[in-house]
Design a protein around this ligand. Structure first.
Ligand SMILES: *[C@@H]1O[C@H](CO)[C@@H](O)[C@H](O)[C@H]1NC(C)=O
Ligand SMILES: *[C@@H]1O[C@H](CO)[C@@H](O)[C@H](O)[C@H]1NC(C)=O
Length: 187
């Protein structure tokens, strides 16, 4: 009988351990990971962890968002010029540790920073967001390429899939080209 009790106790402890270790992290997505966008499958794939949609949300602070590079990738610049750009519209999720690790890998060329977002009921949430680590002053100065609510095909900028699912970040070189040489832009 006591053996059975110990087994039960161990099982119970394992269950507590399993649920207790499940950390949830709030993540705000603004680009191709949103619903209906080209990489949303990375969010929903049950093989790569769990996620819970919370709400549509908007950043409290303004950010500069571009859709650029030969692949028309949407990205937010971690601008030194705070209060430039727009309050960005996107989606707020909670993810488990496994899904967060996958997102960290997908967004490995980006920096994960802490921001505040407002949901549709005006509740403020602290959330993670992936932004480009560098600043691009010339690109940031061009307001015609700056958006507040991404969707694939915005201003004719259709997302181009990589050969492999690698979320490469454009080098600063071609970002310079991008703004000076129209012919290098593939849209
Ligand atoms: C979020 O925004 C999308 C696009 O505007 C809309 O279709 C959807 O109903 C919204 N979802 C919620 C939960 O408000
Ligand atoms: C801003 O970007 C657009 C689109 O690439 C381009 O047509 C325009 O010439 C750029 N403006 C400046 C001032 O560089």
């Amino acid at each position: 009988m006591w053996v059975f009790s110990i087994v039960c106790l161990q099982l119970a402890l394992q269950l507590v351990g399993a649920s207790g270790s499940e950390m949830r992290t709030k993540v705000f997505v603004y680009g191709t990971l949103k619903k209906g966008e080209p990489n949303h499958e990375f969010m929903t794939d049950p093989a790569t962890g769990k996620l819970w949609f919370i709400d549509n949300a908007t950043t409290v602070d303004k950010f500069v968002m571009f859709v650029s590079s030969p692949r028309n990738i949407p990205f937010i610049v971690n601008s030194e010029e705070k209060n430039e750009g727009y309050q960005i519209k996107g989606e707020l999720y909670e993810v488990d540790d496994q899904k967060l690790a996958i997102l960290d890998d997908i967004e490995r060329f980006y920096t994960k920073i802490d921001i505040d977002v407002t949901d549709s009921k005006d509740v403020i949430h602290a959330a993670k967001i992936y932004v480009l680590p560098k600043t691009y002053p010339k690109l940031e100065a061009n307001k015609t390429m700056n958006f507040d609510n991404y969707y694939n095909g915005i201003e004719g900028r259709w997302y181009i899939e990589p050969n492999e699912k690698v979320f490469d970040v454009p080098s600063s070189d071609w970002l310079e080209e991008d703004e000076s040489t129209e012919s290098t832009i593939s849209f």
